[in-house]
Design a protein around this ligand. Sequence first.
Ligand SMILES: *Cc1c(COP(=O)(O)O)cnc(C)c1O
Length: 423
Amino acid sequence: MSRTFETSLEYAKEQDKQDDLRKYRDLFYIQEDSIYMDGNSLGMASKPAVEKLDEMVNRWKNEGVIAWNDLYLYAEKIGSMMAPLVNADADEVTIVGSTTSNIHQALATFYQPTEKRYKIMVDDINFPTDRYAVDSIVRLKGYDVEEAVKVIKSPDGEFIDEEAIIAGMTDDVAVILLPTVLYRSAQIIDMKRLAEEAHKRGIYIGFDLCHAIGAIEMDFKEVQPDFAVWCTYKYLNGGFGSCAGLYINRKHFEMMPGLNGWFGNKNATQFQLKQEFEHEKNASGWQIGTPSVFNMAPLEGSLEVFNELGMPRIREKSLHITAYLMYLIDTKLKKFGYSYGNSTVDEKRGGHVCLQHDEAYRIAAALRDNGVVPDFREPNVIRLAPIALYTSYEEVYLVVEILEKIVKEKIYENYSAERTAVV
Ligand SMILES: *Cc1c(COP(=O)(O)O)cnc(C)c1O
């Protein structure tokens, strides 16, 4: 979509006035003198999230184990609140563990290698934990990584080539695991097309939604992936290490989950504590142990906001404010050596802007000292995420002003290029 913007501060302020999501910003713990641009790594704390956490702490204090009478089903509740974000049925989504452990669970279920079909196909630029999980599961089944992990190389190290993925769907591939939005370039993969192509060839396909969930609209009724995983502490603002999402397509509810535990047992017989495992025939059958209530409670508060607003409105602002940031990069920052690695096409771009500069590491360090929280990714990327729910247009304007100053006045030269901090 073509949009027109202006370069002035007044324009940014006017956009904020017209922003119909503006009132949601007040729900967040916006820090004075700090512009938070790292919501794609760890979303900001919000009042509804903290209230739910407090509520759970109080239930622990006041009720003890009695609270368990309803909280043992808390994962079902939170799962059903996440389902609308991907347009899945409530019983197709559960919340458990971490993204990585959910990849292990999904692959333990769907990767059933045979003599002819024994490969897992991946790309080579996804966030590496996915690859570590894939490699280890292949080893567990007795294969060498070299023989059983099929890696489709990115032509440029930035984007996944969907044609190459489809060409790689040979008869020896059992399962495909791909990101939906790439964590660096924010590329959106065409899940529907790839799922159709995979299924035509009898291959299972699953997606990692970490940078997509809460950022873009998704429709799993249409895509029909076999499984999906996602974290909830990035765009969903669930807090440090909040539990992760797991989607299992209902056509697979009869499958035996790869990793079993008592919370995957049928609710009706779980507390009878029989020695025989009877799996619940929906996504909660893929749970393993006792749900981490404190790591889900903030999410309950946060998801209320998402469900009140709906993804279309969130995405609309996200597209507009990221396009505004890209416009300012084009008009104000190009001459200082900055560029961006995103697609300018709405359908191909997730929720963050991938700013590039040869001095990105030192610029990121200088940003931190100048009141901006950025996020650096090797070797030359600063990810900037103007978040629909809480970032203002004025903040985006100010970040660009600071980026300009850091290079123009050579402020970054005061910083060492030696890698130290985590963010
Ligand atoms: C953030 C992220 C993860 C994180 O995995 P955890 O197990 O939740 O720590 C995994 N995959 C991708 C693509 C990510 O962006």
